[in-house]
Write a protein that binds this ligand. Structure first.
Ligand code: GLN
Length: 195
């Protein structure tokens, strides 16, 4: 299994570490030719979604990545990665626009812009999972094909639609591997593809 991690800005090294600990092979995506090799899944890390979006456009990565995702490439988007995948972004611009969710950037505001807590995500594990939020978005609303995985105080912070899994929080910034494991377990390696 090979996972490509978008490594333009943000917390990509932490995802690498989590996936490595689970035994997945991986490589960094920094330019278009990195997408030419066959791979099984994609990770869009946290960081600054506006910066990552601009770099994707500038480096000619946006259209090929959109195509891979629309063709079924499994993708995990955390925080800024979630924003990049959303069809509608309040307080920002649509980027990949593949997931039928409406997202509010920096939803938690300045007062509590970073916090951690834990919660049970039933689909993933019966035991609470630690959740780290950093200037996080939340999902305001979802389309009919989207499965909500976790609501916190009424706000959606984890969801899934077909090949796309998103979290407002950062599983890669904890030692807990259950979110990454859930993602990897859902990957069909017989569908490997590149550009
Ligand atoms: N606030 C950031 C954004 O709008 C996301 C923060 C994060 O990824 N930790 O892109």
């Amino acid at each position: 299994m090979r996972v490509g991690i978008l490594a333009l800005q943000g917390a990509f090294a932490e995802h690498k570490r989590s996936l490595e600990r689970l035994g997945a092979g991986m490589f960094e995506i920094r330019q278009k030719k990195d997408l030419e090799q066959p791979f099984d899944a994609l990770v869009l890390p946290g960081g600054e979604s506006t910066v990552i979006g601009q770099l994707m456009r500038k480096l000619d990565l946006l259209e090929p990545i959109k195509t891979l995702i629309k063709n079924g490439m499994p993708v995990l988007g955390t925080c800024a990665g979630l924003i990049l995948l959303a069809k509608n972004v309040e307080g920002g611009e649509e980027c990949i626009g593949a997931m039928d969710i409406s997202v509010r950037r920096n939803a938690y505001g300045r007062q509590i812009d970073s916090f951690s807590q834990s919660a049970v995500i039933e689909k993933i594990s019966p035991e609470p999972i630690p959740l780290v939020f950093i200037r996080a978005p939340w999902i305001e609303s979802v389309g009919k094909d989207v499965e909500v995985l976790l609501r916190l105080d009424g706000h959606i912070v984890a969801a899934k639609q077909d090949n796309m899994l998103v979290t407002s929080f950062h599983p890669e910034l904890t030692e807990d591997l259950r979110v990454h494991k859930y993602f990897l377990d859902g990957i069909d390696t017989s569908r490997s593809s590149g550009l």
